[in-house]
Design a protein around this ligand. Structure first.
Ligand SMILES: Nc1ncnc2c1ncn2[C@@H]1O[C@H](COP(=O)(O)OP(=O)(O)O)[C@@H](O)[C@H]1O
Ligand SMILES: [Mg+2]
Length: 281
């Protein structure tokens, strides 16, 4: 009885419900994940901001990471392609495996990891170069195709994200005159041009209008056939619309993960249900 009362009291603040005593609720085991984390713990200085996260990422599916601000979603996402490495005080324990290989292992080149695991950010961040050169930036760095094929690659990638008709006549122009939604599609084209296995997206539509958001969502659904994706989103309706899997983070912990419908319809943890119903966060 006493412990029940303590649990109720602690729950009022969000998801502080005896977190140290629970294991995350996982709805279904995933066969053959493209990425898997094992006991992933990350801190900047002493206090961990992410603790003991075990999460398999489904191949050729969309996995949505949801949870309140400050719960460690961005830190988790950035750990999947070693983008936290250079941040001040960065500490990690635990493993991140990409196709079974530890990406933090000895001799692994972070640049190779980032070619295989691409990233798209909250705010579109085109490089200060032409639209064409933006799409081709990674392709040129990695010398992926002969010079004569570059124009074709640019067209193919811009067409893939639905931007070709809008930019075909101004490939040499600056990207900064494009709308925000078009700039984000350009960043997606740039990320896709190096043919990553996995694409990480950190709230990619939160600065976009509804029409651009819909265009990005439609693109992600089309891409899922060939790219595995992990998307952080505050938009729960978006998670429901596009994600196959959902992982709920709170206070630096993975609380629950599984197929989207199972997590939304019958969450195993009370905190998950409360968050998904909009009761906190
Ligand atoms: N570079 C950093 N240095 C110190 N603390 C950080 C850094 N990045 C994130 N944090 C802290 O880690 C926690 C989780 O942050 P973050 O991963 O950005 O959460 P979310 O994306 O869920 O909002 C926050 O308390 C934040 O202040
Ligand atoms: Mg974040």
């Amino acid at each position: 009885m006493v412990s029940t009362v303590i649990a109720e009291e602690q729950e009022v603040g969000g998801c502080r419900l005896l977190l140290d005593q629970i294991r995350p609720a996982i709805h279904a085991h995933l066969d053959d994940p493209v990425i898997e984390t094992f006991g992933l713990t990350i801190g900047f200085g002493n206090e961990p901001v992410l603790s003991g996260v075990d999460l398999p990422v489904a191949r050729h599916q969309i996995t949505a990471i949801v949870g309140p601000s400050g719960s460690g979603k961005t830190t988790f996402l950035r750990s999947l392609n070693r983008m936290n490495d250079k941040l001040r005080g960065f500490r990690r324990s635990g493993r991140v495996e990409l196709e079974g290989q530890d990406i933090y292992g000895a001799g692994v080149d972070p640049l190779v990891v980032r070619k295989r695991v691409g990233m798209v950010f909250q705010r579109p961040n085109p490089f200060p170069m032409s639209i064409r050169d933006n799409v081709l930036a990674g392709v040129k760095v990695h010398k992926m195709v002969p010079r004569a094929a570059l124009a074709d690659v640019a067209e193919t990638r811009l067409a893939e994200v639905g931007l070709w008709p809008a930019v075909a006549g101004r490939l040499s122009d600056s990207p900064y005159r494009l709308s925000g939604g078009q700039q984000q599609l350009l960043c997606l084209a740039r990320a896709l041009a190096v043919a990553p296995d996995v694409l990480l997206l950190d709230e990619p539509t939160s600065s976009l209008d509804p029409v651009s958001t819909e265009a990005v969502e439609a693109l992600l659904l089309r891409l899922a056939a060939k790219v595995s994706m992990v998307i952080v989103t505050h938009n729960l309706a978006q998670a429901r619309r596009i994600a196959d899997q959902v992982a709920f983070f709170c206070e630096g912990r993975l609380i629950e993960a599984g197929p989207t419908e199972a997590v939304f319809e019958s969450p195993k943890r009370r905190e998950t249900g409360k968050y998904l119903q909009g009761q906190f966060g």
